[in-house]
Design a protein around this ligand. Structure first.
Ligand SMILES: [Zn+2]
Length: 511
């Protein structure tokens, strides 16, 4: 999500292009992007841009007649500056604003459309869009401290809360905490008089440094590569890579759908923070410190017998292991459903608080204004995810096993009409796959209708079933061999058979 430095550079690049210029025309490509009905979006046409502002992570164009165009880029929304009248790109384009100097395109290259435009009239209506956080670059240290310490929260949560601090999200909060050498889960009540100035200075210097860096990168152009994952970041988005200050691998703390990155050696005194995803899985195997983690790695490297044993295990053993793992996962899943969400006593290192933060934050604002904690990695993979998934889907569909399974299913559906070969039916029954006989088959006929359906088809099979039946009869070698010779009566017993019945049936049968 574009945060304070990104938004600042956007505004600086927009200023020479749109300030004092009228919006000649609005083209809205996505019907959902404009979230306000009154005043209508067409009202901006002909109005000049008087000022540009930042409101938290939103971009505001102040227009004539007290109109304010509020653009919230959310996670993947981006601005593009193109030649006047440029086409709105098909799938990603949300809207276009034509100025005499060029066209401002609003795009969002994901399938989850969350970016929003609000058009409001008057300062009072605009104030409703302000989450109310303090401006970190316009306040002094006591004010910063007073706001952050108002409630006892983890630093990560406090910094990213838009109602406390304006313009800081997941990316720059990671960077700020790394620069301040503070753990993301330290509670604000635990900070002492010596630590607060450090946090304040780190916040300011990180934001200022990155703004200057982005400004230099853009130069006279318009920001095209706005991302939360930038080269040169110390920890954010760099899980497993070396910390630029100490060289230790960057760690992560997964919460909800998001993650915080930190350097254990620089920020937490070597302590690994209990992570919901990992510590629940590993339980007692979870290493408590960086030293312990490294010790284990070394041990694993020195004793190759353990990993290679699993690698060269027999396929049977591997299968058994897989079954055990799946069963355990199913058990865990059942337990989780039975227990409901984790309770307070499970909290480790303020993690529950981090989770609550996400809920609080989303509850604090209406859904369409919410700060999505979700997956900045959507953005990271935005371009490549779709073709990659499609490629994998194709691979799976054309896999020989998948084809065999499809043929098998097709055969079962074909047998619905009651024309199964005896040996096939026997093998299916043996294998326990005779699903359609128990009413679970993939036939379009519902289980309740099945007996009637079958009865009808036994009386007179449908045309398709009759044809299939004929083809089967022809195709089986045994049948071909047993086919009556020309001229022979098909109902007569074969020559030499003793099964010829020449007696009249008994009395009981005749009546
Ligand atoms: Zn470090």
């Amino acid at each position: 999500m574009p945060e304070l430095p990104d938004i600042t550079v956007y505004l600086e690049c927009l200023a020479p292009r749109v300030l004092g210029q009228p919006i000649e025309r609005v083209r809205v490509a996505s019907p959902f992007v404009v979230r306000t009905a009154e005043p209508p979006i067409r009202a901006v046409e002909g109005k000049r841009v008087l000022a540009l502002r930042r409101l938290g992570k939103r971009i505001v164009l102040a227009l004539e007649d007290e109109l304010f165009l509020v653009m919230h880029l959310m996670i993947a929304g981006r601005l593009r500056w193109r030649d006047r009248g440029a086409k709105v790109p098909g799938k990603l384009g949300l809207a276009a604003f034509d100025f005499p100097t060029g066209t401002l395109l609003f795009t969002e290259p994901t399938t989850r459309k969350r970016a929003a435009i609000h058009l409001v009239g008057g300062e009072a209506a605009l104030a409703a869009h302000d989450p109310g956080g303090i401006e970190p670059l316009a306040c002094d240290e006591p004010a910063f401290r007073a706001v952050l310490a108002r409630e006892n929260r983890t630093l990560k949560r406090a910094l990213t809360d838009p109602t406390l601090v304006s313009g800081i999200g997941n990316a720059y909060s990671d960077e700020i905490l790394h620069r301040a050498r503070l753990s993301p889960v330290t509670l604000t009540s635990r900070l002492d008089d010596e630590t607060w100035p450090r946090l304040f200075d780190a916040t300011r210097s990180t934001l200022i440094d990155w703004t200057e860096r982005l400004r230099a990168e853009v130069g006279d152009g318009f920001p095209e590569k706005v991302t939360a994952f930038r080269d040169g970041m110390a920890v954010h988005g760099r899980f497993g890579k070396p910390c630029p200050d100490c060289g230790a691998a960057v760690q992560r703390l997964v919460f909800a759908e998001n993650e915080a990155n930190y350097c254990a050696r620089c920020q937490t005194g070597g302590k690994l923070l209990a992570d919901r995803a990992l510590s629940r899985l590993l339980k007692k195997d979870w290493p408590r410190s960086l030293d312990e983690l490294e010790e284990r790695r070394e041990r694993a490297a020195l004793t190759p017998s353990a990993p290679s044993a699993t690698a060269t295990a027999t396929p049977r053993a591997a299968r058994a292991q897989g079954t055990r793992r799946r069963r355990a996962e199913r058990r865990r899943c059942r337990r989780r459903v039975a227990l409901g969400p984790p309770q307070e006593p499970h909290d480790r290192g303020g993690l529950v608080e981090l989770l609550e933060a996400e809920h609080d934050r989303e509850a604090a604002e209406p859904a369409h204004l919410g700060e999505p904690a979700e997956a900045e990695h959507h953005q990271r993979h935005a371009g490549e995810a779709e073709p990659e998934r499609r490629r994998r889907g194709d691979q799976a569909r054309h896999h020989p096993l998948a084809r065999a399974a499809r043929r098998h299913r097709a055969r079962q559906v074909g047998n619905e009409a009651g024309d199964a070969e005896p040996e096939q039916r026997a093998s299916r029954e043996q294998a326990g796959t005779d699903r359609h006989r128990r009413g679970h088959g993939s036939s379009p006929v519902g289980a309740a209708d099945r007996p009637r359906h079958r009865a009808e088809h036994q009386r007179k099979p449908c045309r398709l079933a009759r044809r299939r039946h004929r083809r089967r009869r022809r195709a089986t070698p045994q049948r071909r061999a047993a086919r009556p010779a020309p001229g022979q009566r098909p109902w007569a017993a074969p020559a030499g058979s003793h099964a010829v019945v020449d007696r009249a049936p008994p009395e009981s049968v005749r009546s």
